[in-house]
Design a protein around this ligand. Structure first.
Ligand SMILES: [Zn+2]
Length: 354
């Protein structure tokens, strides 16, 4: 007697198209046009695995100038292991297409797309785009990863923001295995806030600077998504001992400029600091009125401004606080070492069997 054949996995229907099991589709979702009637669309790439499994979306540039995730998605989709994917992967490299074209975070109606969820079919432009993304992408998914960078002139140390009170979000945040996890409260109208309301765990990855591709931010991003695919059993990975490089922050705070001026010798990302440590020199143009920016609490620098011009009150350094800052500092060092020399083909260990 022959082996009973497992029935073929049904196709994934997307925007009026059928993606057969074991195939991919590059397509796009139509968006409201611009004032000159120029049509616009949101690019989408779907990998519909041969075998059953969860549906995960990976999105980037919901803030139009935060383009680092576009390169992460490009490298992710080149990973050969996706040919044996279980489940379905939906990649959206640019969510805010309008902002992307104009190199800006915002929508043309000056709204923040990531504060416009759940959106509405008949609302403002931002609200309509949020509606498209919600109904076509989020509502179809079991999990999500949303890729961000620092805002304009700010850079972030690779970290995950997640709701660590939700056990599945916490499990995936730890699996991602990037330097720092920040237990982040949800913002009104954000993609992540909406998804969690629907019980769809979404991780937010923050790394690098707006309008730049940064090597380590990209490396840690691709590796992290591969780790999550492994944790969801969407790809098979060997149980290889890999360095544990994640620490969970208790909270985080911004150190602000006490006066206006120019910044020199700014602390590096990933630097461990104690209360009272100097984070930067701050002075007037000729250096006559010289002061120092001091750390107020112990922690690790996970964000900083790259612009050496500061106005009084500007947020200059983002410092994450830990139970055990010593251990956090060591873990961060291990994280950096673990990224060294990582190439596009190095994210996956040899597959067992097959
Ligand atoms: Zn962002």
């Amino acid at each position: 007697m022959g082996k009973r054949k497992t029935p073929k996995r049904p196709p994934f229907e997307f925007a009026g198209q059928q993606v057969e099991a074991g195939t991919r589709l590059s397509t796009s979702l139509e968006l409201p046009g611009q004032s000159r009637y120029t049509p616009l669309s949101m690019p989408v790439h779907i990998v519909h695995g041969k075998k059953d499994g969860p549906t995960l979306f990976v999105s980037a540039a919901i803030h139009g100038d935060e383009i680092g995730g576009i390169e992460i998605i490009r490298q992710l989709l080149n990973q050969k292991v996706l040919n044996r994917l279980r489940g379905t992967l939906i990649c959206v490299p640019v969510v805010n297409v309008y902002g992307f074209l104009n190199h800006t975070r915002y929508m043309p109606d000056r709204r923040d797309l990531n504060r416009s969820f759940p959106g509405s079919e008949h609302g403002s432009l931002a609200s309509r785009v949020a509606h498209v993304f919600r109904t076509e992408i989020i509502d179809r998914a079991d999990y999500g990863i949303d890729l961000h960078t620092g805002a304009n002139h700010r850079t972030n140390y690779p970290h995950i923001r997640a709701n660590m009170d939700d056990p599945e979000s916490a499990r995936l945040a730890r699996a991602f295995n990037t330097a720092v996890i920040v237990n982040a409260s949800l913002r009104d109208g954000s993609l992540r806030g909406y998804a969690l309301e629907k019980n769809i765990p979404v991780l937010l990855y923050e790394a690098g600077e707006a309008l730049r591709f940064e090597k380590n931010a990209v490396r840690a991003g691709v590796r992290g998504i591969m780790n999550v695919l492994g944790a969801l059993e969407m790809i098979k990975r060997t149980v290889k001992r890999r360095p544990h490089v994640t620490v969970e922050a208790e909270s985080s705070h911004w150190v602000r400029a006490k006066r206006s001026g120019l910044i020199r010798d700014a602390a590096e990302l990933g630097q461990k600091v104690a209360a009272g440590d100097r984070l930067a020199h701050l002075s007037d143009m000729l250096g006559d009125e010289e002061t120092e920016v001091l750390a107020t609490r112990e922690g690790v620098v996970i964000g900083r401004t790259n612009l050496p011009i500061a106005n009084e009150g500007d947020a200059l350094f983002h410092v994450a606080e830990f139970d055990n800052a010593e251990k956090a500092g060591k873990t961060v060092e291990r994280f950096e070492a673990s990224l060294e020399g990582l190439g596009e083909g190095d994210y996956i260990d040899p597959i067992l069997g097959e």
